[in-house]
Design a protein around this ligand. Structure first.
Ligand SMILES: *[C@@H]1O[C@H](CO)[C@@H](O)[C@H](O)[C@H]1NC(C)=O
Ligand SMILES: *[C@@H]1O[C@H](CO)[C@@H](O)[C@H](O)[C@H]1NC(C)=O
Ligand SMILES: *[C@@H]1O[C@H](CO)[C@@H](O)[C@H](O)[C@H]1NC(C)=O
Ligand SMILES: *[C@@H]1O[C@H](CO)[C@@H](O)[C@H](O)[C@H]1NC(C)=O
Length: 513
């Protein structure tokens, strides 16, 4: 255990230990009772739980996805922790890495949620106050508060993960009612090398759950939630196989039944599990983090440098192999819904990276640090003071009142909340004006053309945090790799805008990216 006491003030909920520990399989063949009619259940709306890749693709034509997620509060310390692993990396198409942040709101600095989202990452729901088997107000209050105070479009909050991975059938039904696209709380806990593996590709619940089948009311066809996806969380396994699963924050576990953490042992089993997936059916693997456990500069946290280096070494090693992509859940799900072979990955819009063109000198509170500088409101609540573009609420948001009345600072007007027909980066909450219309709202496409698609498509090992290092990914078409943007907290001058783009397209907005 790491010494947490000094900062319990800020983060009591984040640090109650490793939420999401597993001690063994969560499914058995008898409890499963799963059957799915593949003639009726077809993509993109329906997908049967299967260990084989979607769309009938052969594993050699399938990208190996590594999903990167973080849970709990978003604040400078947790984003710094994530950036240690991602800021200096790129995917094989030259785009910065995007990840999924399951956000809970206690101790969250709302403006940093805006920034992280505008930089192209996925923001998802983790309840307001971090409770297991949450009531509806905890789930829906998170949507309302993130929309009101962080300017996250409701349409782009697609996913949910239960705190402590503690959910019930009722939770899944609540998510379905609130029109979430997916849950990602269930575990795959049997290795892919075992004939009874439960490492299914993401699937819809048209025929019920196929993971966590030892939980009451799940599996054997229940619950039936048509079109609602489960993205299982894929465990790593040490030498004990199904008796040695490691799910969240695997680096906090001792491996192989030992009593002490050993980074080298962790690296070895992460690599061997990766190899089993990569040389098999290429089910995704996941790095599911609680970033506070990896914070390098949080007062009182003493994350061993060796652990941070080990995780980077793992990602370097993985990225040197062909067709390995580090992605958010929404990127993974987009590919699963529209599976194409690696030779056509340049068609997958969610893997591209687009930069909104906002004049660097514009003074507009829009989630881009250079634009919003000096425009944030400081909401001085005693639990955790936070900043926002959208005006301070008169009281702290709570499940009972997730969007309290706004309190205008003296001499200033009320801030305007994001309307559903404007994108966060183009919304001016002070003037109440969308600076984006079909003529003025444009994007740079920073995606590198994928030349001979599929040929030696690697992200390259760019894992040292040495920002002077040049990228080593393999270029296509003999193109010279563009130099990396200097790594830092905000490498996001190259902004990925894909999630927003998809959301905006659904709203029927028009412009030319
Ligand atoms: C909160 O956000 C503000 C504005 O970006 C930043 O200056 C401050 O350091 C952040 N604090 C934390 C703890 O995240
Ligand atoms: C799950 O959450 C509920 C409600 O917070 C709690 O009563 C229960 O003990 C939790 N179960 C586990 C296994 O943590
Ligand atoms: C792919 O990589 C292999 C081994 O590194 C190399 O021999 C081959 O020439 C590469 N092919 C292309 C198209 O770059
Ligand atoms: C970073 O890279 C530069 C150039 O390769 C090298 O001179 C320097 O020693 C490296 N620094 C660290 C801390 O590795």
């Amino acid at each position: 255990m790491l010494p947490y006491a000094p900062f319990l003030l800020f983060l009591p909920l984040l640090v109650l230990g490793q939420d999401g520990g597993l001690s063994g399989p969560t499914t058995s063949t008898e409890s499963l009772g799963y059957s799915c009619d593949t003639s009726k259940c077809q993509l993109p709306a329906c997908n049967c739980a299967s260990t084989s890749p979607p769309g009938g693709l052969h594993p050699s034509e399938v990208p190996q996805f590594i999903v990167f997620t973080a849970d709990d509060a978003i604040q400078s310390y947790t984003l710094d922790a994530v950036n240690q692993f991602l800021a200096h990396r790129k995917n094989p198409n030259g785009c910065p890495i995007k990840m999924t942040y399951f956000t809970s709101l206690s101790y969250t600095n709302y403006t940093m949620v805006t920034d992280w989202y505008v930089a192209g990452n996925e923001i998802a729901d983790h309840t307001m106050t971090h409770v297991g088997t949450p009531p509806a107000e905890e789930i829906n209050g998170n949507l309302i508060a993130l929309n009101a105070l962080a300017g996250i479009p409701l349409s782009s909050i697609k996913g949910f993960r239960a705190p402590y991975l503690n959910y019930s059938v009722e939770t899944l039904k609540l998510l379905y009612q609130s029109e979430f696209i997916y849950d990602s709380s269930a575990a795959s806990s049997i290795p892919v090398t075992d004939p009874n593996t439960d490492a299914y590709w993401p699937y819809t619940l048209d025929y019920g759950m196929a993971n966590n089948c030892l939980q009451p009311g799940q599996c054997r066809g229940e619950p039936k939630l048509p079109g609602f996806w489960e993205i299982p969380m894929y465990s790593f396994f040490d030498k004990l196989g199904s008796r040695g699963p490691h799910l969240m924050d695997p680096w906090l576990d001792a491996a192989n039944g030992a009593s002490k953490i050993n980074d080298q042992d962790t690296l070895e089993y992460m690599q061997s599990t990766f190899n089993a997936h990569y040389s098999g059916n290429r089910q995704p693997i996941g790095l599911y983090t609680h970033p506070i456990h990896l914070a390098a500069n949080y007062p009182g946290v003493n994350t061993p440098k060796s652990t941070i280096n080990m995780i980077n070494a793992f990602l370097d090693w993985a990225q040197e192999q062909q067709n390995v992509w580090i992605v958010s859940n929404e990127q993974l799900l987009d590919w699963v819904q529209h599976p194409v072979p690696v030779s056509q990955l340049d068609r997958v819009s969610s893997l591209r990276c687009l930069t909104p063109q906002v004049d660097a000198s514009a003074k507009i509170c829009n989630g881009i640090p250079q634009n919003e500088d000096g425009l944030l409101s400081h909401c001085a609540f005693s639990d955790f003071p936070f900043y926002t573009c959208y005006g301070c609420p008169s009281q702290q948001p709570s499940p009972a009142n997730p969007n309290p009345e706004q309190q205008a600072p003296s001499g200033q007007g009320l801030r305007h909340r994001l309307p559903s027909n404007c994108a966060t980066a183009f919304w001016d909450p002070i003037a109440g004006n969308c600076i984006c219309n079909s003529k003025t709202c444009t994007f740079f496409d920073n995606t590198r053309t994928i030349g001979p698609n599929g040929a030696n498509l690697t992200g390259g090992g760019t894992g040292t945090t040495n920002s002077s290092q040049t990228p080593s990914y393999v270029p296509f078409n003999g193109a010279v790799p563009k130099s990396l943007v200097t790594a830092g907290v905000w490498p996001a001058l190259i902004l990925g805008f894909v999630g927003w783009l998809i959301g905006a397209c659904l709203l029927g907005m028009s412009w030319t990216p």
